[in-house]
Ligand binder design. Structure first.
Ligand SMILES: [Zn+2]
Length: 379
């Protein structure tokens, strides 16, 4: 949604279950509010059924019309782009992509903390980022409603950097999910209420080490495995989701789809998810369908301020995927190709030209039909 048209879910009290989570000892979670005291004998608030924090938004619309949720990939307003951001403003990198950001709800992968802290959490980490607080307002201004934090950079500035990130996003009006100051916050799904039922979005990530993995009283992300795949689904359903989407940071940089991603994708299908959207490799990867559940293995980059390491084998293309939700669930994906190689686009990614779109989108899956630069995928 574009800024100004968003309608916050004031109707839906955000629930925070302090007891199990030990949240009281942590910095306040900005996306939460205290659960109002329930009258004696009344059922527990729906959001609190499984414990944890539920981040919730509501979309206006009719019960018959489609709801569109746009998914984009790795986003970082920092690093090699920093000088240009300071010269041109933090919305400048989105300039050529704005016409594509047309959906009821927009989610991207925020790949790096938003904080003024510069000190590395792990001194040995090769690539380590932070974006300045202005980045959060820019995300909101271009229409981004929520960001996933389940990635290998969420903890680049440690727990304080993560707390800053969540706070800056909250102040800008952008929801965050997929990482948290403790496990309950990290594993809490994003809930998007739609006229066709709530969509739950679960953020999972590869294992980046014990000090970056969320625990009962430790900040971090949630590691993908069979157990967390099932638990993510259960948490989302218990919070009221009718449809559950995995937004997952997996695979290897500049590599094709691996065996583990295929196995996990099968696990998502078995658990009951409706859609899997992946990211991390910085390049786009194919689409698969498992037991009727589409898997977009990697979106590639969206607006990513690092130089990148693209070559002939792994050119700098990314995907913007719009899922269309109807009364019976997700009906189709509409895919756009974007050019993200910063050597070519100078930190202003742009839509692919018709030939690039045709080549990239038709390579994703034999079922993708490319019409005027849009790849339409029904399954
Ligand atoms: Zn990554």
């Amino acid at each position: 949604m574009v800024a100004g048209s968003r309608r916050w879910a004031g109707l839906w009290p955000l629930a925070l279950l302090l007891a199990a989570a030990g949240m009281a000892a942590c910095a306040p979670a900005p996306v939460t509010a205290e659960v109002p005291d329930a009258p004696a004998g009344s059922p527990a608030p729906r959001d609190a059924v499984m414990g944890g924090v539920v981040v919730r938004d509501a979309l206006p619309g009719s019960a018959s019309g489609p709801v569109t949720i746009l998914w984009a990939g790795d986003t970082l307003l920092a690093d090699a782009a920093q000088e240009r951001l300071e010269q041109n403003g933090y919305q400048w990198p989105f300039e050529h992509l704005l016409p594509l950001l047309d959906a009821d709800y927009i989610i991207v992968n925020q790949e790096g903390p938003i904080t003024v802290l510069e000190e590395k959490f792990d001194p040995d980490q090769r690539w380590s980022y932070n974006a300045q607080p202005e980045a959060a307002a820019a995300l909101a201004a271009v229409g981004i409603d929520a960001v996933g934090l389940s990635n290998n950079h969420a903890m680049d500035r440690g727990p304080v950097g993560l707390a800053d990130t969540i706070r800056h996003l909250d102040e800008a009006g952008v929801r965050a999910f997929g990482a948290g100051l403790n496990l309950a916050q990290a594993e809490a799904p994003l809930l998007i209420d739609t006229p066709h039922g709530a969509v739950g979005v679960v953020g999972l990530s590869l294992d980046w080490g014990a000090n970056r993995t969320a625990g009962p009283e430790q900040a971090g992300t949630v590691v993908i495995n069979e157990q967390s795949i099932r638990r993510g689904y259960e948490l989302a359903r218990a919070a009221g989701a009718r449809w559950v989407v995995a937004y997952v940071h997996w695979g290897a940089n500049y590599e094709p789809v691996g065996r583990r991603e295929r196995e996990w994708a099968a696990g998502f299908a078995r658990a009951g998810y409706s859609l899997v959207i992946g990211h991390h490799p910085h390049v786009q990867q194919p689409i698969d369908v498992m037991d009727g559940m589409p898997v977009v293995y990697s979106l590639g980059n969206f607006v990513f301020g690092s130089k990148g390491r693209f070559d002939r084998d792994y050119p700098g293309y990314g995907l913007i995927a719009v899922s269309v939700l109807g009364p019976d669930g997700f009906e189709s994906l509409r895919l756009r190709c974007i050019l993200t190689d910063n050597y070519l686009v100078q930190y202003q990614p742009r839509p692919c030209n018709p030939a690039q779109s045709e080549a990239v989108l038709s390579s994703l899956h034999p079922g993708v039909e490319v019409q005027e630069g849009v790849g339409v995928f029904d399954w």
